[in-house]
Design a protein around this ligand. Structure first.
Ligand SMILES: [Zn+2]
Length: 274
């Protein structure tokens, strides 16, 4: 009898020890799973925040500049460069007076790299009405200088019909040519590029060509942000210098074209073959 009790006690101790290690073995994976879940949630949270930042900034920039490509580029910068998740797409669309941006981010599932899930976000805003470019009325307003005589006409800078002209609104200093982004712009006459400015608040990307005899032409809101010519370049009449864009103080893709005589903007239409 004594030995039986002894044996039972031995067995019981062993069993309890066994039970204790079973508990330990069960809790450890559970704790690991919990840690992974927290990690996964943190990853999702960060990815969602970055996606929202990209969309918010893209909409803001497009709303201010009216330049969707530029807004997409800047929005991507706001997303940051986390290696843990990817911005699959960021699209900015400007339709009439409305900006819409949408983004999709791929977030990996931990230990299941082949099956990431997508998070999408979008936002809308109105295109802000541009202020009149009155800072250029410092040039002397409309048509101050004498028109050159015997100089012949200028080449049409773009192959699209003219829109809003120099008398279109108070303070307008040139002739607008609304056309699709990317429509080629050519030099209206031979000359030397004297100004090449990227990202002016009003003119956006623009260049000025000096044709001699006190005459200059100006081409604004150009796309891409790098015109085809640089300061000091000699250009030929009709030579491509860039394309129609929609940056600076511009409410839609167009070329803002100026003819200046003695530094003063005049109506370009009489010089053109329209
Ligand atoms: Zn204009």
């Amino acid at each position: 009898m004594k030995t039986m009790i002894k044996r039972w006690l031995q067995w019981s101790t062993l069993h309890r020890k066994g039970a204790a290690s079973v508990e330990f073995v069960t809790i450890l994976p559970l704790a690991l799973l919990l840690a992974l879940a927290v990690w996964q949630l943190a990853l999702v949270g960060a990815a969602i925040m970055d996606t929202h930042s990209a969309v918010r900034d893209a909409v803001k920039i497009a709303s201010m500049t009216g330049d969707s490509k530029f807004a997409e580029k800047e929005g991507k910068k706001s997303f940051g460069d986390s290696s843990a998740y990817d911005l699959k797409s960021l699209k900015v669309k400007i339709k009439g007076e409305d900006v819409r941006a949408s983004a999709e981010t791929k977030i990996p599932v931990l230990f299941m790299k082949s099956t990431p899930f997508s998070y999408t976000s979008s936002s809308e805003a109105p295109v802000l009405a541009p202020p009149p470019d009155d800072q250029f009325s410092a040039f002397g307003g409309l048509g101050g200088g004498p028109l050159p005589t015997g100089g012949g006409s200028l080449a049409n800078p773009v192959a699209v019909a003219p829109g809003c002209g120099i008398t279109c609104y108070s303070g307008h200093t040139g002739q607008d040519f609304p056309g699709a982004v990317g429509t080629p712009i050519v030099a209206a006459e031979a000359g030397t590029v004297t100004v090449r400015h990227l990202g002016n608040r009003s003119y956006g990307t623009y260049i000025i060509i000096d044709h001699g005899g006190g005459m200059q032409t100006l081409y604004a809101h150009m796309f891409p942000h790098q015109p085809l010519v640089k300061t000091g370049d000699r250009v030929k009449r009709g030579q491509p210098i860039g394309a129609i864009g929609n940056n600076g103080n511009s409410s839609g893709p167009h070329l803002h074209f100026e003819v200046k005589i003695g530094g003063r903007p005049v109506d370009p239409i009489p010089f053109l073959a329209y």
